[in-house]
Design a protein around this ligand. Structure first.
Ligand code: SF4
Length: 275
């Protein structure tokens, strides 16, 4: 088995932070999900709405919330036709659509026009050890939701949209794996010493909240990221996968049936490893 040609943040975080067995099902065996979740679709539809709004936004104009709402509605309506979708208790398709409108209204009240460098831009960067100069054979890849220009410095600021059930804690942002990966990528792409990143978080409270969290990072954590990616690659190459039973991730895992059968034939994973 080979590790990915380039590691995305989501693949890396699935292997090192969520569950190695889930990584196997998703990225090695390429299993079809057994179920899907309304909260995931809601977040994707909000994301699509915000992206469309940013593309349509004109300088000195208010946030184009009408564009965001239309794209959100269309996107979620299609996704809700998925027969495998699981709703939370008391949740309905109509309720989700109404909630999305309220969430986007809160966003529109707080958001300000920013000069856009790119939306949904894909990146692939080599992974270089900052101390030894060693180049890891597999780099990092991913997508930035939005890159805007800092109005004071003109430097790029990477913005990531998040939709969550609770307020986001800014305490551990420095050590957050996604921040580390994106910080590394933007410094590589733009030749910067420091990367500026921002999380635009829409919190799905009864009364929705918009949070904006900012973080600036230099290369201090790059050696650790390099070794983390190397360790993950070694684990995958060696076929090392096990369940993270009882973790907070199991409730939202789309592979619970495959996981329940895992111990009946764990060597099935090894045969994948030897392909
Ligand atoms: S159900 Fe839990 S332990 Fe099993 S694959 Fe999913 S996340 Fe891992």
């Amino acid at each position: 088995m080979t590790a990915p040609k380039a590691w995305s943040y989501s693949a890396l975080s699935t292997y090192v932070s969520v569950c190695t067995l889930k990584y196997f099902f998703r990225y090695v065996a390429n299993l079809e999900p057994e179920r899907s979740f309304s909260r995931m679709y809601f977040g994707l539809a909000i994301h699509a709405g915000l992206e469309a709004a940013y593309r349509a936004w004109k300088p000195d104009a208010p946030a184009p919330v009408g564009v965001a709402k239309k794209v959100f509605m269309d996107d979620l309506t299609i996704r809700l036709e998925d027969p495998m979708i699981e709703f939370k208790k008391g949740e309905t398709p109509e309720g989700l659509l109404t909630e999305g409108m309220a969430v986007l209204d809160v966003w529109a009240k707080e958001a300000r026009y920013e000069e856009i460098i790119s939306t949904e831009s894909e990146f692939t960067v080599p992974l270089v050890h900052p101390g030894t100069g060693e180049i890891f054979e597999r780099g990092l890849k991913g997508w930035f939701d939005l890159v805007v220009k800092d109005p004071d410095t003109g430097e790029p600021v990477v913005v990531d949209f998040k939709t969550t059930a609770r307020r986001f804690s800014g305490d551990k942002l420095e050590a957050d794996l996604q921040i580390r990966v994106y910080s590394y990528a933007i410094r590589q792409l733009y030749g910067l010493d420091r990367a500026n990143l921002r999380l635009d978080v829409l919190v799905r409270n009864k009364k929705p909240v918009f949070q904006r969290l900012e973080v600036s990072q230099d290369s201090e954590g790059d050696a650790r990221l390099f070794e983390l990616v190397r360790a993950a690659g070694r684990g995958v190459e060696a076929g090392v996968f096990w369940p993270n039973d009882g973790s907070i991730w199991c409730g939202g895992c789309p592979f619970t049936q495959a996981c329940a059968r895992w111990h009946d034939n764990p060597d099935a994973l090894r045969s994948h490893s030897e392909k």
